[in-house]
Design a protein around this ligand. Sequence first.
Ligand code: PGA
Length: 261
Amino acid sequence: MRTIIIAANWKMNKSIEEAHRFALEVHESCKDKEIPGLVPIIAPAYPYLGLLADVAKNCVLEIAAQDVSAHLEGAFTGEVSAAMLASMDIKYAIVGHSERRQYHHESNELIREKLAALQYYGLTPILCIGESLNERDEGNTYKVLGTQLEGCLRGINIHAPQDLIIAYEPVWAIGTGRTATGEQAQEAHAYVRAWLAKNYSKKLAKSISIIYGGSVTPANLGALLAMPDIDGGLIGGASLVFENYRQMIYIAMQKLGVVHD
Ligand code: PGA
């Protein structure tokens, strides 16, 4: 059974007070609880990482960075290294989000270096890949996904599920309210898993969590999680509201059979 990941990507939203209050509410609802098979994650803005990591101590909640430097240390003004994240007990970081690819011109090669830096310090990268609407309309979805996987993972060793999480995020579904259908997402996830089987091993491919992102809400998460290769969500807009996040954790717990309604 693969781990289900419910990851909130807050992007550049929330004041420190709002972020703190949200994390305290999650802590309050999860404290003393173990939820085997489920990892709830929040990726807040960088300045809040330390505060939220403190709140998440002794709780199933994990905190993720939204990005990381490709460099290990040195004169790189404005950058934050994987070593710094590791020293704060941060165990996850998003890399290759389409907004970073688009607005910061991040290439697959740069993302590969970031991924390697995270792995070097024992963090789990959440690698985002996904096609644009044009690419899908032209029938190039798999070609684009293959190129991104090849470019971001070339030479990267993966031995265990904690070495990598992949987030399939079709660019046309991000922040648009237009979610991929369960079937569309499933097709892409199956492609990614087959790619992992071919380039690593079948056993490893079976164990890696592949999560979906793009206008996920409590209303559509259940249908997505019902698909055999969808192991959770990377959620932007809907994750900014605590009640939505709580509901999405609950939906994942239902899928695991931990709660029944
Ligand atoms: P969204 O964002 O849920 O607002 O579409 C998802 C993401 O960008 O990770």
